[in-house]
Design a protein around this ligand. Structure first.
Ligand code: AMP
Length: 538
């Protein structure tokens, strides 16, 4: 017997319709490149997204077509999210910080017919356009007065976004799509090999957004003002463009300026209550607060993922009265799979045990599952010290990559390439990426564990531990640190600092103090680059 309940397709357009109807006057604030703020709200967003849908139709976009975006976080990028997906086309957000070669590869692999870009990225599009067979038009996210010039190949039109919008009439209603229709396409960071496309559906995006806002996950409320510091080209800004309108929370979009002074001014002037971004952002911000003596006036909580948030940094924010939620996921998982929120058992923990628990990547959200397996595929015990390969599956996990033969299938465990340890309470601690582990004399050393200890040193701003080849031990850890401004910690002093905090044999043999560490396009430390630079360091 079947239940007697209504069935509606889970569609992204329904999120915007809900926000417009029930939270219409809730603000969306964007900082433009010149520092000015543009204020709009969910009603205005809904109207403009429908106008944009009619622009897309006029430009020949059909259901299933891929449309590229090369843009920072803004109201216009939000309009694109809703208009492209809402029309049944696929929003292919591309990271402008990637190399031109990778951007060209992605836009070509996705077969983007149109690319919408910020004025600052027009030179990138112009440089790669001759390599993009499918490209018909480039639309610059600008008004007519600020339109840049662009030298595009014959057959590729250049349009001004606001001019197109002025001439458009809003569509009457969003199409009623099948919920399994593809909605967005994000390519993975591609630290090894070519980037791979993860093709989200309306269903997976809506389910992921609903679950991501459970009380023990993001828990956004209609009274919140959320600073979306994670870029909209990084896993759909971790779902925030869907989650915030569902909850009726205000969105604060930083635009292109992500330096700590600009960020702090956005957080304070716009009364942010929650901010979301990668650890590097929070590291730079706390150093700026220390140097400038400024304060955070309204921020209550930050949600951090994308790379390990060091325990010392979590403590530093807690001392400022800002609660830190450490989360883990990846492009292939839409991304949220785990988030650190306490269980009853955590309330009994004290001191070191409590801090270590709070620094873990958290516990699994309903709708996805995670298991940790040994190399033979058996699940390892949840004992806090048996690491294994992290595998996940669920409603918002990829079943394969776009236009590549590798198919994981439905219901099967997806290998994440991360290594982690479950404790008895179901909290997972990531010990490494499989390829970043250090194997010394047959024993595994976690590079994240070394880095966490190093950044707790009072003179260290950032740290990376990598494996370097060793004749006797196979590999040994090398620690590379960036000191805090005005400090020059002695390498021997740093090694000494590690003593007692990790087994003696896993203390790095050598510490190198450098001015900066290379980061990839989504803010992660480029360990592959460090391994290349320091391959012969001993
Ligand atoms: P991306 O697909 O670019 O979001 O990268 C996903 C990868 O980032 C994961 O597989 C992890 O290796 C890493 N990552 C994400 N969140 C965390 C975290 N909280 N701690 C450690 N590594 C993380």
């Amino acid at each position: 017997m079947l239940g007697l309940m209504q069935r509606h397709e889970l569609l992204i357009s329904a999120i915007l319709e809900h926000a417009a109807r029930h939270h219409g006057d809730t603000e969306i604030v964007t900082r433009r490149a010149d520092g000015s703020s543009v204020r709009t709200n969910y009603i205005a967003l809904a109207v403009r997204a429908r106008k944009l849908a009619s622009v897309l139709r006029r430009l020949g976009v059909n259901i299933g077509d891929r449309v590229g975006t090369l843009a920072m976080n803004s109201d216009r990028h939000l309009e694109l999210y809703y208009a492209i997906s809402g029309s049944g086309a696929v929003c292919n957000t591309i990271n402008p910080r990637l190399s031109h070669d990778d951007i060209a590869y992605i836009a070509d692999h996705a077969q983007d017919g149109l690319i919408f870009c910020d004025p600052a990225f027009v030179p990138i599009v112009a440089a790669i356009a001759p390599r993009l067979e499918a490209l018909r038009a480039v639309v610059v996210l600008s008004d007519a007065a600020a339109m840049p010039k662009a030298d595009l190949p014959p057959g590729v039109a250049l349009h001004c976004y606001e001019t197109l919008m002025d001439a458009a009439a809003a569509i009457d209603a969003w199409p009623r799509l099948d919920e399994n229709t593809a909605s967005a396409l994000c390519y993975t960071s591609g630290t090894t090999g070519r980037p791979k496309g993860v093709l989200y559906s309306h269903r997976s995006s809506v389910l992921s957004a609903m679950a991501s806002n459970f009380a023990d996950v993001l828990a956004l409320r209609a009274t919140d003002r959320v600073a979306v510091v994670v870029p909209m080209f990084h896993v759909n800004a971790w779902g925030l463009p869907y989650i915030a309108p569902m909850a009726g929370a205000a969105l604060l979009m930083p635009g292109p300026k992500l330096d700590p002074a600009s960020l702090l001014s956005l957080l304070n002037e716009e009364r942010a209550t929650i901010a979301v971004g990668v650890p590097t952002i929070w590291l730079n911000l706390i150093n700026h607060l220390r140097d400038s003596g400024q304060k955070m006036e309204t921020l209550k909580r930050i949600i951090v993922g994308g790379a390990a948030m060091p325990r010392a940094l979590i403590e530093a924010y807690n001392q400022l009265g800002v609660w830190v939620n450490h989360a883990w996921g990846m492009t292939e998982s839409s991304p949220v799979v785990t988030l650190n929120a306490p269980k009853v058992s955590c309330l009994k923990l004290e001191g070191e045990a409590q801090l270590n628990r709070r620094a873990s990547q958290g516990r699994v959200v309903f709708g996805v599952d995670l298991c940790v397996q040994d190399d033979t595929g058996c699940e390892v015990p949840w004992d806090g010290h048996s690491p294994g390969n992290m595998m996940f599956r669920g409603h918002w996990i990829a079943s394969g990559y776009y236009r590549t033969p590798q198919d994981i299938g439905d219901g099967n465990w997806f290998p994440t390439g991360d290594v982690g340890v479950f404790d008895a309470d179901g909290f997972i601690t990531l010990t490494d990426r499989t390829k970043d582990l250090i194997k010394s004399g047959g024993e595994w050393i976690s590079s994240i564990a070394i880095e966490n200890i190093a950044v707790a040193h009072p003179e260290v701003a950032e740290a990376a531990a990598i494996a370097v080849p060793h004749e006797k031990w196979g590999e040994r850890p090398l620690l590379i640190v960036v000191p805090l401004q005005g400090c020059m910690p002695a390498p021997e002093n740093l090694r000494e600092f590690c003593r007692g905090k990790m087994p003696d044999w896993s203390i790095p043999d050598r510490v190198i103090v450098v001015d900066s560490i290379p980061h990839g396009a989504t803010g992660k430390i480029l360990k592959s680059e460090l391994r290349r630079i320091y391959a012969s360091a001993r």
